[in-house]
Design a protein around this ligand. Structure first.
Ligand code: SF4
Ligand code: SF4
Length: 246
C-alpha cells in the first residue's frame, strides 16, 4: 500500500479483532522465555522490521494512549528523516532507558538475546552488505554520501543476556510463519501488499501521514540539508507542523 489511511487502519484493526490476531500475537510472544539483561539499551538502536499485524497491535495501544502517542510523534518524525545520516536510538526508548511500548514491542525486539553469536554475526554480515549497497545507490542516484559511521554502525552481539532456554532458529521461523498466516487475511482484503513486507517499525507510523514516495522525497531533501548544514529547515518545519493521526 502507498499510504496508510485511517480508513484502512480501522478495517485492518477490525480484521485483527475478528480473527483474534492480537491474542494470537500475544500467545506467540508469551512462548519466548524472558531473559535477564543489564538494560544497557545498546540493542535499541534501530527501527526494527515489524509485521503489519504487530504495527496494528502497537497502533491500537497508542490510540488508547493518545497523550503518549502525540508526545512521541515528533520523535518518530525526527528519527525517520535522519535515520540514514545520524545514528539515534529507537524513538520508543525514553530517557530512563525504558521501552514506551514494552508490552507491545515487536517480535524482533523480543528475540534479540536469543540468537547464538554465530547466527547473529551471519545476519549482521547480510545487513552490512545491504547497507553498503544502499550507500552506493544513494551516492550514484542522488549524489548523497551516507556517513560511514551510519553505514558501518553495528549493534554488538550481546554477551550479557541470560536466559534458561534460548529460542532456536526453527522456533523463530515458526513464529514468523504463524504471523504470516495471520497476515494473509490483510493481503486478501487488499490492506497489505508485497511492497509492505520488511517495513520498519517507525516507517509504518510515517506512512500514516505521507505516502511512500512523498516520504522518500522529503527524506532526501532533509538528508541533503542536514549533511550540508548540520540542520534541516525542512525537518524543523515537519516536526513543528505534523500531528499524529489517530
Ligand atoms: S539485551 Fe543486551 S544489549 Fe540489549 S539491553 Fe540487555 S544487556 Fe543491553
Ligand atoms: S521498540 Fe522498544 S524494545 Fe524495540 S528497539 Fe524500540 S525501544 Fe527497544
Amino acid at each position: 500500500m502507498n499510504k496508510l489511511t485511517m480508513k484502512n487502519i480501522e478495517k485492518s484493526i477490525n480484521t485483527a479483532v475478528s480473527g483474534g490476531h492480537f491474542e494470537n500475537l500475544q500467545r506467540i510472544y508469551r512462548t519466548i522465555p524472558q531473559g535477564r539483561c543489564h538494560g544497557c539499551t545498546k540493542c535499541c538502536m534501530e527501527s526494527v522490521q515489524t509485521h503489519y499485524v504487530e504495527f496494528l497491535h502497537i497502533f491500537q495501544y497508542l490510540q488508547g494512549n493518545r497523550a503518549l502517542y502525540e508526545a512521541l510523534f515528533p520523535k518518530l518524525i525526527q528519527y525517520y528523516f535522519l535515520e540514514l545520516v545520524e545514528k539515534n536510538p529507537c524513538p520508543f526508548l525514553n530517557e530512563e532507558g525504558m521501552c514506551m511500548i514494552y508490552s507491545y514491542r515487536p517480535l524482533v525486539c523480543r528475540l534479540f538475546g536469543h540468537w547464538t553469536e554465530e547466527e547473529y554475526e551471519d545476519s549482521y554480515r547480510a545487513v552490512y552488505n545491504e547497507n553498503l549497497q544502499s550507500a552506493r545507490l544513494f551516492k550514484n542516484k542522488y549524489g548523497i554520501a551516507l556517513p560511514k559511521q551510519v553505514v558501518d554502525y553495528k549493534i554488538q552481539y550481546c554477551q550479557d543476556f541470560e536466559v534458561k532456554k534460548r529460542i532456536q532458529r526453527n522456533q523463530r521461523q515458526n513464529m514468523v510463519d504463524n504471523i504470516f498466516t495471520m497476515e494473509s487475511a490483510y493481503f486478501m482484503r487488499g490492506l497489505l501488499t508485497e511492497e509492505d513486507l520488511g517495513t520498519g517499525l517507525i516507517s509504518w507510523f510515517i506512512y500514516t501521514i505521507f505516502d511512500r514516495e512523498e516520504a522518500s522525497s522529503l527524506r532526501l531533501q532533509v538528508m541533503k540539508e542536514y549533511l550540508e548544514d548540520g540542520v534541516s529547515e525542512t525537518l524543523e518545519e515537519l516536526v513543528g507542523k505534523t500531528r499524529a493521526v489517530i
